[in-house]
Design a protein around this ligand. Structure first.
Ligand code: ZN
Length: 262
């Protein structure tokens, strides 16, 4: 009986490993065929792991898998220069790679091809989003509550010209794909203007200001009152325990020396 159970567990563990290997193989193949991280993450989560939320792969995980030589049967040492430091620039650009004792999941040719393609892509300047998008992370996805991030699309106009549009989109969707959430996109200009207008209205509204100040004062007063109440309660209970101690001492005296009068 126990043996069967163990066997079943071993089998399901093997299935997980097989599934992961399948996902990794697909990742490398898709990347080599020119697909972007977003497309890869979507497909993997949809086809291989169409399961729970927390099982879904993220773009960051796929990036790290695609550069890990463990999948061609090698082991990577010395990745961090200083293990006490976890900063990003602590990563050693030339870690030691050695043959491991495990089986390769993908071929070395495929791995090399992917590494080459990644290095080509890394040569391009990174996109940096700064003050232009002040609501990044502040806006929350109405569906899942994740912070909204910047997402760009290129639309083709009727006359054939291209137009780049920038949106705030669900961070979960951007990172993990449509299995997890929808894009729930909103144009950056539209969202910024709306929020600026609301802020403007609030700040120029004297009544609103007074209300905020009044609320802060009220909260402060309540906090103070609560603190005073709490101190009173503590003092009372301290007084009580002092009294109880005295009682116990009196009791001990009489108990220890019965019949004698002190
Ligand atoms: Zn969402």
């Amino acid at each position: 009986m126990e043996g069967t159970e163990n066997h079943g567990r071993r089998k399901s563990r093997l299935e997980v490993v097989e599934r992961k290997a399948e996902a990794v193989r697909l990742m490398f193949q898709l990347y080599a065929s020119g697909k972007g991280y977003k497309a890869i993450v979507g497909r993997i989560n949809r086809e291989v792991y169409r399961t729970k939320l927390d099982n879904a792969f993220s773009v960051a995980q796929i990036k790290s898998i695609l550069t890990n030589p463990v999948y061609i049967g090698k082991v990577r040492y010395d990745v961090r220069r200083d293990w006490n430091e976890k900063r990003r620039n602590n990563i050693n650009p030339n870690p030691i790679v050695a043959d491991g004792k495990h089986e390769a999941i993908i071929s070395e040719e495929l791995w090399e091809q992917v590494q080459f393609m990644i290095s080509q892509k890394n040569g391009k300047p990174a996109r940096i989003y700064d003050g232009e998008y002040p609501l990044t992370g502040i806006l929350k996805c109405p569906q899942c509550g994740a912070g909204m991030v910047i997402s760009r699309t290129t639309n083709r106009n009727k006359d054939g010209s291209k137009q780049k549009l920038t949106y705030y989109a669900c961070g979960n969707w951007k990172n993990k794909g449509t299995t997890v959430c929808h894009s729930n996109m909103v144009r950056v200009e539209k969202a910024n203007t709306f929020v600026y207008n609301q802020l403007d209205k609030l700040l120029s509204d004297e009544k609103f200001f007074k209300e905020v100040v009044g609320r802060v004062n009220r909260e402060h007063r309540i906090l103070k009152e609560n603190a005073i109440k709490e101190r009173e309660v503590q003092e009372k209970s301290l007084e009580k325990s002092r009294f109880a101690n005295r009682e116990t001492m009196n009791f001990t005296k009489t108990a220890r020396f019965p019949g004698r009068n002190f």
